[in-house]
Design a protein around this ligand. Structure first.
Ligand code: ZN
Length: 244
């Protein structure tokens, strides 16, 4: 069930059965010469499609995240961490007002992690300062860090998965959009690794946008396996969140 394709009476009826919702969250940022700009939003959205088919309500994808370090490449859009925190907080507060209590943020971008956790802390802080009794529960799952996905990455790519524009995420986008596969030679085959600073430093040290990855290893069939593993990981977290 998708919020964007529901009516308000349908959402009201859903709330009688469940207080939980999944919000896919990603980014709009370069993913090297072969990765789509929308990769980090497409990946959680694709896994969320599977959750939706199980009757779980899926909110709109928050497709712009914290991507300042990718601004050296055309097409990237970022929110400041403070803006992203406000967006996440307002989304939660809007839905909480309707009766939602369990929020699973299914995330596709490592750069969103700390900001999302900080937004959760802001929501909890307001409740605690007001001594408001609340049964709110908020969880962040980075789809690429679930246990089944991690073991699949180790099995298929090991260290060639790298840190950015990874074959695992690119495979999942190819599974979702098989007509959007790019075949471009990459030099070096495996990108350099290193720490992330600001946008100009990033472009200087990671000139084609990849970090540590060899995305040529991706395939549509791998993408199907990542979809299935990611869905199983997300369902497990959903159950623990909504059963508690
Ligand atoms: Zn990514």
């Amino acid at each position: 069930m998708k919020l964007q394709q529901s009516t308000w009476p349908e959402v009201e009826a859903y709330l009688k059965e469940s207080k939980g919702i999944v919000i896919p969250i990603g980014s709009t940022e370069q993913h090297g010469p072969t990765g789509l700009i929308g990769t980090d939003a497409i990946c959680p959205e694709t896994i969320a499609q599977g959750l939706s088919e199980q009757g779980i309500l899926i909110g709109p994808t928050l497709s712009i995240g914290m991507a300042q370090h990718h601004l050296g490449f055309p097409g990237t859009i970022t929110l400041r961490p403070s803006t992203l925190m406000s967006v996440i907080k307002d989304v939660i507060m809007s839905l909480k007002g309707h009766g939602f209590r369990q929020f699973l943020f299914l995330n596709g971008h490592g750069g969103n992690t700390q900001t999302t956790q900080a937004a959760f802390s802001e929501v909890f802080a307001e409740h605690s300062l007001d001594r408001e009794a609340s049964n709110l529960a908020m969880r962040l799952l980075n789809w690429f860090q679930g246990p089944r996905v991690r073991s699949l990455i180790d099995e298929l790519y090991a260290s060639a998965d790298g840190n950015h524009a990874t074959p695992s995420e690119i495979a999942l986008t190819w599974y979702a959009y098989p007509d959007q596969i790019r075949d471009v030679p990459l030099t070096p085959e495996q990108a350099p690794s290193g720490e992330i600073r600001d946008a100009s430093d990033y472009r200087r040290r990671f000139p084609d946008g990849r970090i540590g990855s060899k995305p040529q290893l991706a395939s549509v069939d791998h993408g199907r396996q990542f979809y299935e593993a990611g869905l199983a990981d997300a369902l497990e977290v959903w159950r623990s969140l909504t059963d508690s």
